[in-house]
Design a protein around this ligand. Structure first.
Ligand SMILES: NC(=O)c1ccc[n+]([C@@H]2O[C@H](COP(=O)([O-])OP(=O)(O)OC[C@H]3O[C@@H](n4cnc5c(N)ncnc54)[C@H](O)[C@@H]3O)[C@@H](O)[C@H]2O)c1
Length: 363
């Protein structure tokens, strides 16, 4: 069954189709404008694994040329690759009224979304996320970016998609490790602002990764993100809460030099955020325990010594956090929690204490 979440942003409103069968519904796109041509940007692995399925979804659309293949991995989010993509769009003579269909994980979606934002001053993009992380998080909300040698996602634009199509058929081939990493972003929604949702996740235990539970949880997480994006599209305020676990997580991710997946880093980062909140005396210890127990139960590691990419260095992590693009006025800005479902923005007053906290955790 395909379900629907709508993001209401005036003329930039769009629908997110979720579940088995969503991709076949995407053919409705053809009815929107029979004149419109589409360029397909697709993750190379997804094209290889789902070639026929991808083609069935594109059946009645006017496709401009062969799919533009995006090589796997974070390095594809680069200026070099962006230039290749833009040249290919020009070669296909894509016009302002045409659109890009991005089929892949967050890497393909972020790159394609940014290309769409700047090609001929902006064309439509349809996001077809094929990883759980991209379904739960990156395809929704309009953030697009590429990386710079100085750090991840430093150059980009807000560019809302025209439609998001999250078909579970793609998940059949997704490695378990990638699936779990995406699940971390679903848990994140509960921890930020929905304690009842966290109860549901706990009750559904390991079986939560069956398609039925997963679809329900994914829809709740997407609806949660949709509500926040509607209220604060450009992250002037509460949208920053969606960075829960990310400041610690990005520091771990860059220290791990590619060994740690984004969602794995976020999971460990969320555990750190809870532990640091307990240390500051603002969160009950029992909540932090429940969160870490649940992450462990589903298979997400939180012990810094056991994470891929260990050992980590507290000094390097704090240095990385100092340069986080979410900071303002020179202070490190973290999202912490007063408890499960009650996250808030916190500016670090005592960096030395943060460093000691991380040293304790790394030991
Ligand atoms: N824009 C946002 O709001 C936002 C939010 C979160 C993360 N991100 C970005 O998303 C990226 C991470 O996304 P990701 O985890 O999807 O990584 P990814 O796009 O690199 O995909 C992970 C791996 O899975 C493979 N893959 C994709 N779909 C598959 C499928 N159906 N079957 C088998 N293999 C498949 C890919 O080839 C790749 O090797 C990061 O660059 C991160 O910065 C963006």
């Amino acid at each position: 069954m395909t379900e629907l979440v709508t993001i209401s942003l005036g003329e930039r409103s769009y629908e997110i189709l979720i579940g088995q069968g969503a991709w076949s519904i995407a053919q409705r796109l053809a009815a929107v404008s029979p004149e419109r041509r589409y360029a397909v940007l697709a993750d190379a692995n997804v094209l290889r694994l789902h070639k026929d399925f991808v083609e069935t979804g594109l059946g009645h659309l006017q496709i401009a040329g062969a799919p533009i293949e995006i090589p796997e991995g974070e390095t594809a989010k680069s200026f070099g690759m962006l230039e290749i993509v833009l040249s290919q769009l020009l070669e296909r003579a894509l016009e302002r009224g045409d659109a890009i269909i991005a089929i892949g994980g967050g890497v393909t979606g972020d790159l394609a979304g940014f290309a769409a934002a700047i090609y001929k001053r902006g064309i439509d993009v349809i996001q077809v996320p094929t990883t759980l992380l991209a379904m739960a998080d990156s395809s929704v909300g309009g953030k697009t970016a590429i990386n710079m040698p100085q750090g991840k996602n430093l150059v980009g634009a807000f560019h809302q998609p025209r439609l998001v199509v999250a078909d579970f058929a793609f998940l059949d081939t997704l490695p378990k490790r990638q699936l779990l990493a995406g699940y971390a972003e679903i848990i994140k929604a509960a921890l930020i602002g929905d304690a009842d949702f966290f109860d549901q996740l706990e009750y559904s235990n390991r079986d939560s990764l069956t398609a039925l539970h997963l679809q329900a949880h994914l829809k709740t997480a997407i609806q949660f993100k949709a509500d926040i994006v509607e209220a604060d599209e450009r992250e002037a305020g509460q949208r920053a809460l969606l960075n829960f676990g990310h400041t610690f997580g990005h520091a771990l991710e860059s220290d791990a030099k590619g060994a740690l997946l984004h969602g794995e880093a976020v999971a460990a980062g969320m555990a750190l955020a809870f532990d640091y909140s307990v240390r500051l005396g603002i969160c009950p210890e029992n909540d932090a325990r429940r969160v870490k127990d649940y992450l462990k139960l589903v298979g997400l590691e939180t012990g810094l010594g056991s994470l891929p990419g260990a050992p980590f260095t507290a000094e390097a992590m704090v240095e990385r956090m100092r340069h986080d693009k979410k900071n303002a006025g020179g202070a490190i800005r973290l999202v912490l929690a007063r408890g499960i479902g009650n996250a808030f923005i916190h500016e670090v007053a005592d960096e030395a204490d943060l460093l000691n906290f991380l040293k304790d955790k790394i030991q």
